[in-house]
Design a binder for this molecule. Structure first.
Ligand SMILES: NC(=O)c1ccc[n+]([C@@H]2O[C@H](COP(=O)([O-])OP(=O)(O)OC[C@H]3O[C@@H](n4cnc5c(N)ncnc54)[C@H](O)[C@@H]3O)[C@@H](O)[C@H]2O)c1
Length: 283
């Protein structure tokens, strides 16, 4: 859908690896709504992924940055200000990685090296970006910053490992920096808590297909797609949401408010009919 919700606005999109990436869809939708973009990803993702294809399509520049390196973030934000001719309007943080998830190491057996890496890439990178933007005064008044989160920040979901802790930290950083950036510069900061979505990062989660199926059955509106998430991001970058800040906004078809749905309970009951066992009676 083309439009002019972001006409004249400029922003940086982190995390478009390939066309399945949520960030890829956000870049496309933001561009279709008139935004000018700088795209960024880690050196390995720029090499292995297809971000240059997206850049060509949207007429964007690509600046490589490892989100765990302060000098890379500084270089990215100052370089973007040069490209944009000064301050810009929005940032999307769409970055997640856990060595434990990647190597299938259970939560209770993590090394602290792994756990720190998870937090550094998936959450502290958000602080790093905000701190640099604040220092450079890179974002215009009434600008908007969005990071992507997941309901495992509030509720334990089997298989999500230390990413649940990383998301809790990410959401807390959005509140802590949201206060400071709102108070001093009128910039808003929010997280969107998205449904499980079939992307490269998503597919790495242990039992991901079951998680998708379970949350589809539990959500009255069904799981939200990457494209739908992109629409929500565009709304948050637009001037229609200027007083929304420091919020964790669920974009999950209702999942986060559910306890049990008819669709899920019916499937659960079927599992007892199909097996000839007494699982039902076990605690
Ligand atoms: N897919 C899901 O089910 C789901 C659900 C809720 C939230 N999210 C969140 O959405 C965001 C985007 O993930 P996605 O699902 O689109 O998967 P994705 O794999 O397409 O995106 C993850 C991105 O993180 C980038 N990244 C990893 N390490 C980095 C580093 N050191 N520096 C810079 N970038 C780095 C990767 O290159 C990749 O582009 C993540 O924060 C993820 O946790 C995903």
């Amino acid at each position: 859908m083309e439009g002019s919700l972001l006409k004249g606005k400029k922003g940086i999109i982190f995390g478009a690896l390939n066309e399945k990436s949520i960030a890829w869809q956000v870049a496309l939708k933001a561009w279709q709504q008139g935004a000018q973009l700088v795209l960024t990803n880690s050196p390995v993702a720029v090499r292995m992924g297809s971000i240059n294809e997206l850049a060509e399509k949207t007429g964007s520049k690509v600046i490589t940055a490892d989100a765990t390196k302060m000098e890379d973030i500084d270089n990215l934000l100052s370089g973007s200000m040069k490209i944009f001719g000064g301050q810009f309007d929005f940032i999307l943080h769409s970055i997640g990685m856990s060595p434990n998830v990647r190597k299938d190491i259970p939560y209770e057996q993590t090394s602290y090296e792994n756990m720190l890496k998870t937090f550094d890439i998936s959450a502290l990178s958000f602080h790093r970006i905000l701190q640099t933007a604040y220092k450079l005064d890179a974002i215009k008044e009434w600008g908007s910053v969005v990071a992507l989160s997941y309901v495992a920040a509030q509720r334990t979901l089997t298989g999500y490992n230390d990413m649940g802790d990383a998301k809790a930290l990410l959401e807390s950083i959005a509140r802590s920096f949201g206060y400071i950036y709102g108070r001093d510069r009128k910039v808003r900061i929010n997280t969107i808590s998205q449904s499980p979505t079939p992307t490269t990062a998503g597919a790495g989660i242990h039992g991901f297909d079951s998680l998708v199926d379970f949350s589809e059955r539990m959500s009255p509106l069904g799981n939200a797609t990457a494209e739908e998430c992109a629409d929500y991001c565009v709304a948050l970058f637009s001037d229609l949401t200027r007083k929304v800040t420091m919020q964790n906004l669920y974009h999950d078809g209702g999942f986060s408010s559910m306890g049990m749905s008819l669709k899920a309970i019916e499937q659960y009951k079927k599992s007892f009919e199909e097996c000839d066992c007494d699982e039902k009676d076990k605690g």
